[in-house]
Design a protein around this ligand. Structure first.
Ligand SMILES: C[S@@+](CC[C@H](N)C(=O)[O-])C[C@H]1O[C@@H](n2cnc3c(N)ncnc32)[C@H](O)[C@@H]1O
Length: 281
């Protein structure tokens, strides 16, 4: 199949950027134009079309909904790795989990963590490894009900996440003491996440721009890191409000270090860079 890019005319780019913004809150700025043309040209040819116009006509039909999911898989970037932005995991393991797991061992209340925009599972499995480690260090934690809900818009990323097999390059930052208990060799350059860690994570597809979220109870900790970079300020503000509503009083909220929340309008209390807390509890 030819790798030559198909021309993405102004009107085509306007159509796709408006569609992606309306459905997913993601702003495809002009700088993304060649990325979009590159990532979508192959798909257009695969479907037997010879132009973007024909492809976008398909998206306009009722049957275009499934294709929209293919499209978003191609235009989002699912880059992630284990232990990315390590200070969040240090705080989780030293400051947050001991009190959550200890509290749960005494009260029986579940510990719930949400990885929102979980990409191919690197972030939620990192969290699950730390939960497992904290449980093994806390007396009486055997019966604690703790788990991670991991959501993303990209079906392709979620499929990879469920497979749970990673190349060495994704694991470079993972501390040595977490390797042998929680990873199994799965080939010359591949490691598979242990069943015990997998059992702590539930993967679901969820569009963060579609509120209200369908959760039955609130979370102790929410990670929504390196996701908001895609959104414009009004969508970001809405997202933060929606997340605030599903965090328990006293709960924690982590964002990416390259992201920021405007202090005046942010409902969370600032703790330190990229770390916030809901007051109360
Ligand atoms: C760069 S990855 C971040 C992964 C991980 N949180 C980290 O920090 O390493 C961003 C993820 O956000 C997801 N995403 C983008 N827009 C979304 C939306 N509207 N709803 C849910 N997920 C979205 C993308 O599919 C992608 O997997």
């Amino acid at each position: 199949m030819s790798d030559v890019l198909l021309p993405l005319r102004d009107g085509d780019f306007r159509f796709v950027s408006e569609l992606v913004y309306a459905r997913f809150g993601i702003r495809l700025t002009d700088q993304k134009r060649s990325l979009v043309a590159g990532r979508l040209s192959k798909r257009v040819r695969q479907l037997g079309f010879s132009s973007f116009t024909e492809y976008f006509d398909l998206l306009r039909t009722a049957g275009g909904a499934d294709e929209l999911s293919e499209l978003i898989d191609r235009v989002t970037t699912n880059h992630s790795f284990f232990f990315r932005e390590r200070d969040h995991f240090d705080a989780l393991s030293r400051e947050i989990l001991p009190s959550l797991i200890g509290g749960s061992a005494r009260s029986g209340s579940p510990v719930r963590i949400w990885s929102a925009g979980c990409a191919a599972g690197e972030e939620p499995y990192t969290i699950a490894m730390l939960i497992s480690q904290a449980m093994s260090r806390t007396p009486g934690a055997g019966s604690v009900d703790a788990g991670v809900l991991a959501t993303d818009i990209s079906m392709a990323a979620l499929l990879e996440a469920k497979a749970g097999v990673y190349a060495e390059s994704k694991l470079r930052e993972l501390p040595r003491e977490l390797r042998s208990p929680y990873l199994r060799p799965a080939g010359p350059d591949a490691w598979s996440v242990s069943p015990a860690v997998r059992s702590l994570v539930l993967f679901k597809r969820l569009n963060l721009m579609r509120e209200p979220y369908p959760f039955k109870s609130r979370f102790d900790v929410v990670f929504c890191r390196n996701v908001m970079i895609y959104f414009d300020p009004p969508s970001r503000a809405r997202l933060v409000e929606s997340i605030y509503r599903v965090v328990k009083p006293g709960g924690w909220f982590f964002i990416g270090h390259s992201e920021s929340l405007p202090r005046e309008s942010c409902p969370f209390a600032y703790v330190r860079p990229a770390t916030y807390r809901k007051e109360g509890a």
